[in-house]
Design a protein around this ligand. Structure first.
Ligand code: NAP
Length: 253
């Protein structure tokens, strides 16, 4: 896809990886629809992008709520035209062990709330946004691109039953949609980041972060721009579909 002048929606675009993607795709001329929860934070992001002469508009929505997603995609089409691209990037963590025990006694467990919150945003949110974006692309006859953000954790990770399950689901949706949507000329890919310098990793305990960094063959965390560049690659490579691009400094075994 030639990114220039195309409407690309990015969920969770107000900060972190999403904002870096908006910058990279916007520098190539995309008209960006930034979707996120907080209006104020979105406005700040739009202003940051405007400083770099990037066209972006803010759209408040909760990707986990069907009515909110349907409304926001209708609003984007009305204001900018049908989307040609979507990055399913919004994601949260609510980490915890399935069962934590001490001296044979269960101390805590992952609550259903912890499980459900992560599944709702990281998996159901991807499903809902993907469905609405693909519908717009098909109706407009646009040979669009959908990029889902998975994670290295999709292979399974201690303390992340909810997150790992959702991110594995995202990888499966990517293959399924690539097969279903190819007949409309729509490509679907995914990026599985390793550990990247963002708010999400900044909130980890320093000793844990140090241990993780030491385990990365390249010896450092990735930068948001590295992931944005992987997303750009999927948009621009017309033979990439149904696969997960891993960008993790060599961490995955
Ligand atoms: P981040 O800095 O926390 O940004 C995520 C954005 O998504 C935030 O602006 C957040 O808003 C928004 N969001 C959360 N729930 C939402 C909802 N229901 N509807 C709409 N927006 C919502 O995260 P990040 O580190 O940039 O991560 C981006 C993606 O990459 C996620 O899918 C994450 O799982 C994945 N990933 C990240 C890493 C990493 O090392 N950072 C590694 C692997 C994969 P609030 O701040 O208001 O909640």
């Amino acid at each position: 896809m030639h990114i220039n002048d195309e409407v690309i929606a990015i969920t969770g675009g107000a900060q972190g990886l999403g904002l870096a993607m908006a910058k990279m795709l916007g520098e190539r001329g995309a008209r960006i629809a930034l979707i996120d929860l907080d209006a104020e934070q979105l406005e700040q992001a739009v202003n940051v992008l405007a400083d770099s002469h990037i066209q972006a508009q803010a759209f408040v929505a909760n990707v986990a709520e069907e009515s909110s997603v349907i409304e926001v995609f209708t609003e984007i089409r009305a204001k900018l035209g049908p989307v040609a691209g979507l990055v399913n990037n919004a994601g949260i963590t609510r980490d915890g062990l399935l069962v934590k025990a001490k001296d044979g006694e269960v101390v805590s467990t992952m609550s259903l709330k912890q499980w459900q919150q992560v599944i709702d945003v990281n998996l159901t949110g991807v499903f809902l946004c993907g469905r609405e974006a693909a519908s717009q692309m098909i109706e407009a006859g646009t040979q669009g691109v959908i990029v889902n953000i998975s994670s290295i954790s999709r292979a399974g990770n201690m303390g992340q039953s909810n997150y790992a399950a959702a991110k594995a689901g995202v990888a499966a949706l990517t293959v399924t949609w690539a097969k279903e949507l190819a007949r409309y000329g729509i490509r679907v890919g995914a990026v599985a980041p390793g550990f990247i310098e963002t708010e999400m990793t900044a909130s980890m305990r320093p000793e844990i972060l140090e241990k993780i960094t030491k385990g990365v063959p390249l010896g450092r965390l990735g930068l948001p721009e590295n992931i944005a560049d992987s997303v750009r690659y999927i948009f621009e490579n017309n033979y990439f579909s149904g696969r997960v691009l891993e960008c993790d400094g060599g961490l995955r075994v």
